[in-house]
Design a protein. Structure first.
Ligand SMILES: [Zn+2]
Length: 406
């Protein structure tokens, strides 16, 4: 048993002073330091630097590791030119993306305090790096295919990749299901995929309403997607509608990425069905996709997570870079309450989204912990979330399943 006694302990949105945590692979007890020390007198006591704050390990629900080789190759600024550049450079980027590069990306996440992540996998290139990394990985095998001729073989390939990763479940890898998007997946195969996720009780995710172009295409088969579909796929009409796509998920909660272009009506349906949203502020900014309406999400009580997306639409996988961007982007929100909400989005809410027994410092949860050190003692407890977001580049200590990795 180990005991850690930080200056402050983050518990359900509050910061407790004089508290300690006893843990082995799971958290066994949380309470006032004297009580915890007398409960486990023979345990190892972990020293912490001054001004330390202990958080549950941070969780990044949406990342694409297969594109970790990109830094200046893809075209940023607007969604369609970006998508065209992805298609054009995809082969080059993925073939040069070695296990070493992917491992470096996992390590960068680890240093910023990420103890679990959801990786969208379209080819299975990241499996070796995910097996080697100490983090918990929810591996979202992605399905793509709007052509009725080839979609059955795409589904079979997806099932194969899913089953292959299921063999690594005892190595902290959990297989999950990802639908690429409403514009790229045929409704028939979508139905099969949702049924498959439900049957396996696996997390389910989909990119949804990321850009204006996507919305126009799904609504009226017009806009910037039209020439793209005509030239690449010989398709003149969208294969599904927004309503149809959303209705396919009825009865099984999904994690929708982006939703920047979702209207009130769609968000109401998302709320009603218990779906959640991955919010990637830097990716949205870099691809010219606008800003998710967090105020509306709050009104409708839709849980969201802040996530980095991949290096195909970002410049770092540091969760604190992402939280800072979110803090700046949502300028109309009260600074202090938004800071707390953002921290919750990458701990408690993200854990629920990925079906993890983590994201909370409480007895019975996995001992995934991240220790952050503030530059000075905080004057007020209510400012700690803000200081944490503004001043953290890397965490000072990090535990996954009770084992120290930073
Ligand atoms: Zn994505």
């Amino acid at each position: 048993m180990q005991i850690i006694s930080p200056d402050y302990l983050s518990i359900d949105g509050e910061y407790k002073k004089g508290y300690s945590v006893a843990f082995d692979e799971q958290i066994r007890a949380v309470g006032v330091t004297e009580d915890i020390l007398s409960l486990y007198p023979k345990s190892e006591h972990i020293a912490t630097p001054p001004h330390s704050v202990l958080y549950p390990g941070f969780i990044n629900t949406h990342v694409h590791l297969e594109f970790s080789g990109n830094s200046t190759t893809l075209r940023y600024g607007s969604f369609m030119p970006w998508l065209s550049s992805v298609i054009q450079k995809r082969e080059m980027l993925t073939s040069s993306c070695t296990t070493e590069i992917i491992s470096e990306a996992c390590q960068a996440m680890l240093q910023s305090g990420i103890t679990s992540f959801g990786a969208i996998s379209s080819m299975g290139l990241e499996l070796d790096a995910c097996v080697a990394t100490p983090q918990r990985v929810v591996l979202f095998h992605e399905l793509i295919g709007s052509d009725p001729q080839s979609m059955q073989s795409a589904f079979e390939n997806f099932v194969q990749r899913f089953e292959a990763s299921a063999e690594y479940q005892n190595m902290r890898i959990a297989p999950a299901v990802a639908i690429h998007s409403p514009y790229s997946v045929h409704p028939d195969i979508l139905g099969q995929a949702v049924a498959f996720a439900k049957e396996r009780n696996a997390p389910l995710s989909a990119h949804f309403l990321e850009s204006r172009a996507e919305r126009e295409w799904l609504e009226s088969s017009t806009g910037a997607f039209k020439p793209f579909f005509e030239s690449f796929l010989n398709q003149t009409k969208a294969a599904t509608t927004i309503e149809e796509f959303l209705a396919s998920f009825d009865g099984y909660p999904a994690h929708f990425t982006h939703c920047v272009e979702a209207h009130e009506e769609e968000l109401r349906k998302i709320a009603l069905q218990g779906h959640t949203i991955a919010h990637c502020p830097r990716s949205n900014r870099l691809l010219g996709c606008g800003t998710l309406d967090l105020e509306r999400l709050g009104r409708l009580n839709i849980p969201f997570s802040v996530a980095t997306d991949g290096l195909s639409s970002n410049y770092s996988l540091n969760i604190f870079d992402e939280l800072r961007a979110a803090l700046m982007m949502h300028a109309r929100h009260d600074l202090l309450s938004l800071s707390k909400k953002l921290i919750r989005s990458v701990t408690l809410d993200a854990a629920k989204i990925l079906h993890l027994n983590a994201g909370r410092i409480a007895s019975g949860y996995d001992a995934d912990l991240a220790l952050v050190v503030l530059p000075q003692a905080p004057e007020r407890e209510e400012d700690i979330a803000l200081w944490t977001i503004l001043h953290t580049q890397k965490v000072t200590q990090l535990y996954i399943g009770g084992k120290q990795y930073v």
